[in-house]
Write a protein that binds this ligand. Structure first.
Ligand SMILES: [Zn+2]
Length: 63
């Protein structure tokens, strides 16, 4: 699941308990709270949201 923080930035959260304490190990991610693995779909969704957020908030390119 993706959580949007008050600044509008996406944060990866656990699908099972909703906590945002995620431990990332070698391409996999696990919830600190309940220990469930974060799905690859959720990670991909988060990566895309983070990329879009960065693009919106990036400083204008020089030149
Ligand atoms: Zn959890």
């Amino acid at each position: 699941m993706i959580f949007i923080n008050p600044r509008g930035a996406p944060e990866l959260a656990c699908d099972h308990c909703g906590c945002r304490w995620v431990d990332r190990l070698k391409g996999k991610a696990y919830c600190y709270e309940c220990g469930e693995e974060i799905s690859e779909e959720a990670i991909a969704e988060f990566q895309q949201a983070a990329t879009e957020f960065a693009a919106k908030h990036a400083p204008p390119a020089a030149g």
